[in-house]
Write a protein that binds this ligand. Structure first.
Ligand code: THU
Length: 136
């Protein structure tokens, strides 16, 4: 699997994740998160966090993006961009969720306080979640 992301692909991922962030349903935390995944067939899928009055039902942006892709028959991913303010890293649950599909996925960490042309920090998912639990 090709694990490289071109400059134009990361810009597209960043733009898509930032736009999705604007759709976040976050009336409780007021903390908006956007995510965009790049599939190995070149398609992009986006997600945002969706909160609920029953707080524990909240779904993170990363998982929404992956579920959106899966529902459209896509399960092979190269990269994900996470856009938020502050320290832009996926939570532990999302790391485990992402590992299911590709432990070597590239994770683009996009702080929306930075200008859109600032290259986001890039890490491998295996660095964020070493020795991940897997059955397959
Ligand atoms: N959140 C995400 O969407 N992704 C993460 O990786 C961390 C947290 C959301 C969940 C909740 O709606 C808000 O951020 C505050 O925790």
């Amino acid at each position: 699997m090709n694990l490289d992301v071109t400059f134009s692909q990361w810009r597209e991922l960043q733009t898509a994740a930032r736009a999705a962030r604007g759709n976040a349903w976050a009336p409780y935390s007021r903390y908006q998160v956007g995510a965009a995944v790049l599939a190995s067939d070149g398609r992009f899928f986006v997600g945002c966090n969706v909160e609920n009055a029953s707080y524990g039902l909240t779904i993170c942006a990363e998982r929404v993006a992956i579920c959106t892709a899966i529902a459209q028959g896509c399960s092979s991913f190269i990269a994900i961009c996470v856009s938020l303010t502050g320290i832009p890293v996926p939570c532990g649950a999302c790391r485990q969720f992402l590992v299911e599909f590709n432990p070597e996925m590239l994770v683009l960490l996009d702080d929306v306080n930075h200008a859109a042309d600032t290259p986001p920090e890039l890490v491998r998912l295996s660095e964020l979640l070493p020795r991940a639990f897997r059955l397959l």
